[in-house]
Design a protein around this ligand. Structure first.
Ligand SMILES: Cc1cc2nc3c(=O)[nH]c(=O)nc-3n(C[C@H](O)[C@H](O)[C@H](O)COP(=O)(O)OP(=O)(O)OC[C@H]3O[C@@H](n4cnc5c(N)ncnc54)[C@H](O)[C@@H]3O)c2cc1C
Length: 223
């Protein structure tokens, strides 16, 4: 598969453990919002440590962007990315992935599983097509919600938060449950886009099936 070695333009912390990394974009590079790429750090000892991350900038932007949750305890790639600075280099592959926008619906994300939806919602906004879409974002605490103001601006009352580890005045508390999902169910011809860690995915997919949502209306990717 074709690889690109790309210079880092900027690295910024968007929450206590999430980095927003912008890279130079190769000429004529194309991706579809929702797609990911295989990424490695162009540094001795790390070039073959490849991990998947999702493009989050608009396809029309003149840079590539990633929002990456870091796990220092893994001692893996995301921990190394904490040392990244402008002019360092990353290696990426061609875009790939199963998540693509098919039509209005409910986006259900857990933690870093928000990234494909960030890309899709930004594109829908740029095309004035956000109406009829809703985002349910599950996190541990309010400090873990990435790009909170941006989602509030994009979606208003259609941005719904649920926190598992913190009581909050305006957000739901606990894990996503069948009752909670039922409150936010869309019409029969709406899609359900689901992305997050395996336990959350298994639970939400079971709940959607129990609520009568057929597989052809579900778009999913496990993180
Ligand atoms: C299609 C796709 C797109 C993705 N896009 C994004 C994205 O845009 N943003 C994002 O933040 N994430 C994204 N992810 C998730 C991301 O790929 C992982 O978080 C990332 O690979 C973690 O890399 P790592 O090297 O830091 O840790 P890992 O590869 O998970 O772990 C490295 C090593 O740490 C050890 N380890 C593993 N788990 C633990 C643990 N719990 N405690 C201690 N040690 C442990 C293991 O020995 C492991 O080999 C995506 C995943 C997929 C499948």
């Amino acid at each position: 598969m074709k690889q690109y070695i790309l210079k880092v333009i900027s690295v910024e912390k968007v929450t206590h453990d999430v980095l927003q990394i912008r890279l130079e974009k190769p000429a004529h590079f194309q991706f579809r919002p929702g797609q990911a790429t295989d990424l490695a750090i162009n540094k001795e000892g790390w070039k073959n440590e490849i991990r998947p991350f999702t493009f989050t900038a608009l396809p029309s932007a003149d840079y590539l962007e990633f929002n990456i949750k870091t796990y220092p305890q893994h001692q893996g790639v995301t921990n190394q990315l904490l040392q990244l600075k402008p002019d360092d280099e990353l290696i990426i592959s061609q875009p790939w992935g199963t998540i693509a926008y098919k039509g209005p619906g409910v986006f259900i994300a857990g933690g870093a599983g928000i990234t494909p939806f960030l890309a899709i919602l930004r594109l829908l906004n740029s095309e004035n097509k956000l109406a009829d879409n809703k985002l349910i974002f599950a996190n541990k605490t309010a400090n873990d919600i990435i790009h909170k103001e941006e989602f509030e601006n994009l979606l208003g009352a259609n941005f719904i938060n649920i926190l598992s580890d913190e009581e909050h005045a305006t957000y739901a508390h606990g894990f996503i449950s069948k009752d909670f999902l039922q409150q936010h169910l869309a019409g029969p011809t709406h899609y359900y886009y689901v992305c997050g860690p395996r336990p959350m995915m298994n639970s939400v997919l079971n709940q959607l099936h129990e609520l009568g949502v057929k597989d052809e209306w579900i778009v999913k990717e496990e993180f």
